[in-house]
Write a protein that binds this ligand. Structure first.
Ligand code: GTP
Ligand code: MG
Length: 202
């Protein structure tokens, strides 16, 4: 699984504005600052295809990137950004949920979860909502390079991941596929690309 080309196609503010070519697509979601844009850049070997920033709330639209001219990687706004204006927070719910429910070509949501912190209710809520709405999800744990630190409660990524998977067990008959990644070390990059390739041909 290799990415030979990645082209930014367009930004949309609702599902009806999204590209109509019918390519299969994979949408990245997660809390603001979880590392969505960094992961896109790591996947495609480009530093600035998706804009990253230390300030959360940078990505505010549905951004389509065409990969190898055949499938889309979609960057969505982060959720749970407490400082975003209320109007923007409401919008996230409106258009992101609309996009998930309407988008016929969506193969799987790639839900990014920060492995350097303990399970967050908003992420558990998101997994629950996707499950109840029968939207396929792959859980992508980010920042797995982060060593345990006092400020993270002194817990290892593996401990946070195990807790997260335990907490979503009651929500699913079968635990969704999950992958450990790091945009710093490229851990999990190949595994994620293979997983995407496999789902595309199903
Ligand atoms: P929004 O667009 O604001 O929702 O954020 P985002 O999810 O796109 O996050 P972004 O990629 O901009 O990264 C946020 C911060 O986390 C940046 O300071 C990154 O350098 C850092 N970061 C992202 N991925 C990793 C990772 O794998 N490891 C480490 N250690 N830091 C990371
Ligand atoms: Mg971003």
């Amino acid at each position: 699984a290799l990415i030979k080309s990645a082209d930014f196609i367009k930004s949309s503010s609702k599902e009806s504005e999204c590209p109509h070519e019918g390519h299969p697509e994979f949408a990245l979601v997660g809390r603001s600052n979880v590392g969505k844009s960094s992961l896109i850049n790591a996947l495609v070997h480009r530093k600035e295809l998706a804009q990253t920033s230390k300030k959360p709330g940078k990505t505010q639209l549905i951004n389509h990137y065409l990969i190898n001219k055949t499938w889309y990687l979609v960057d969505l706004p982060g959720y749970g950004y407490a400082k975003a204006p209320t109007a923007i927070r409401t919008d996230w719910n409106e258009f992101t949920k609309g996009y998930f429910l309407k988008r016929q070509t969506l193969v799987s949501v790639l839900l990014l979860v920060d492995s350097s912190i303990e399970p967050q209710q908003i992420d558990l809520d998101c997994v629950g909502w996707l499950g109840r709405n029968k939207i396929p999800v792959t859980i992508v744990f980010t920042k797995c390079d982060r060593k345990k630190k006092k400020k993270n409660g002194g817990r290892k990524p593996e401990e946070n991941i195990k807790d997260f998977l335990d907490r979503i067990k009651p929500l699913y008959a079968e635990t969704p596929p999950w992958i450990m990644t790091s945009s710093e070390t490229n851990q999990g990059k190949e595994e994620l690309l293979r997983h995407i390739a496999q789902l595309r041909i199903l």
